[in-house]
Design a protein around this ligand. Structure first.
Ligand code: ZN
Ligand code: ZN
Length: 367
């Protein structure tokens, strides 16, 4: 093996071992303090499948050790590998607890959600973005740490966030809820309800999204999402909390008023969680037959471009139909050249991005 390849492989193994080790330690904390750290609604599911989750954790700890050891062998510098192995050892030392019981806490952190999502999405998208890369870029590209913090905050705070999202609909649209109508909606086939949710939620969020672009003080919040200059599966997590709250609350209003069945809602949430990650990914599939039907990475990459031709285009999250109808669709035969905001960049740090919209400064249309 040549020297450069050896160093590259060694570094990758070491960093992956370290990150996996951190996830293992966090997962162990979830086992130790379920009341505090685990999403309450998910606790019965974890309890019923405890062996499966312990199996996943055990496999991850083994992988942490194996990758750490590989890094020790391949690299002259032992820091990466030793750190991974140390984290694996900490995870191993933390005792498993048999009592994954729900306790008195009413709000708990969704640390479980963060660990599992990061593991599943990472295992899926990191190889996918290597094998079918649109652009050659590093996994740990510029800004990945900030995006990981965004990912952590939105996942660990999932319970608070989902609760807050329900408030505006309940507060302002209860008058529009008609029981008989809702019964009729919920009795339709699930696939039909799923399509209806997509249509309704996407129509509302199309206009909210467009407002975020065109109203200068709103743009200050949304500019955070557009500040990534590299697109990949993690880049989509970069969203200001106010942006996420307003957009999701708006999407929930038609869902609340129309009253879809639980099954259709679960299908919608599962689809959205995956789709939102996928359309930001650094993958090159173009789906010629579907590209005008459902938003693809190509479609959403054009929304993120700083190329003149793509500015303020493709606001729809799922259905290009809305952009075509309202004159904002843009899907030429090529990919955009570059991404990011046009005039100036919001700060790179998570905290800087959090306070960015509140800082007094002259607003400009594109940040
Ligand atoms: Zn946007
Ligand atoms: Zn986006």
């Amino acid at each position: 093996m040549n020297g450069r390849l050896r160093v590259n492989l060694g570094k990758r193994a070491g960093v992956t071992s370290g990150l996996l080790g951190v996830l293992c330690v966090l997962a162990e904390f979830c086992f130790l303090f379920p009341d505090l750290l685990v999403t309450r609604e998910a606790l019965p599911f974890y309890k019923a499948n405890l062996d499966v989750f312990r199996g996943i954790l055990w496999t991850s700890i083994c992988a942490t050790f194996a990758l750490g050891a590989a890094s020790l062998v391949l690299l002259r510098s032992k820091t990466h590998g030793l750190l991974g192995i140390a984290l694996g050892a900490v995870a191993l030392q933390m005792r498993f607890t048999d009592s994954v019981e729900s306790g008195p806490a009413t709000v708990s952190a969704g640390l479980d959600y963060f660990v599992l999502e990061l593991l599943v999405l990472g295992l899926l998208f990191i190889p996918l973005e290597r094998l079918f890369a649109l652009r050659q870029q590093r996994i740990f590209r510029r800004g990945w740490q900030t995006d990981l913090i965004h990912f952590f905050v939105s996942h660990a705070g999932v319970q608070l966030l989902s609760f807050a999202v329900l408030i505006p609909a309940h507060a302002f649209f209860s008058w529009a809820v008609k029981y008989d109508f809702q019964q009729a909606v919920a009795s339709q086939p699930v696939w039909l309800q799923f399509i209806e949710i997509l249509l309704a939620a996407d129509l509302v969020t199309y206009w909210v999204h467009r407002a975020f672009h065109q109203v200068p003080w709103l743009w200050n919040f949304h500019a955070i999402h557009h500040s990534s200059t590299a697109m990949d599966w993690l880049a989509g997590s970069r969203i200001h909390i106010v942006d996420a709250l307003v957009t999701r609350s708006a999407a929930f209003i038609p869902i609340f008023v129309l009253g879809f069945s639980q099954a259709a809602l679960v299908a919608y949430v599962a689809f959205v969680s995956f789709h939102a990650v996928y359309i930001h990914s650094n993958t090159r599939w173009r789906f010629p037959a579907l590209r005008w039907l459902i938003a693809t990475p190509e479609y959403h990459h054009w929304h993120h471009t700083s190329d003149e031709e793509g500015i303020d285009k493709n606001f729809a999250a799922f259905l290009p139909l809305w952009d075509r109808l309202f004159g904002t669709a843009h899907l030429p035969g090529h990919w955009p050249r570059k991404y990011g905001t046009v005039k100036f960049q919001p700060p790179e740090s998570w905290l800087g991005q959090l306070v960015y919209p509140f800082r007094p400064r002259k607003a400009t249309p594109y940040g």
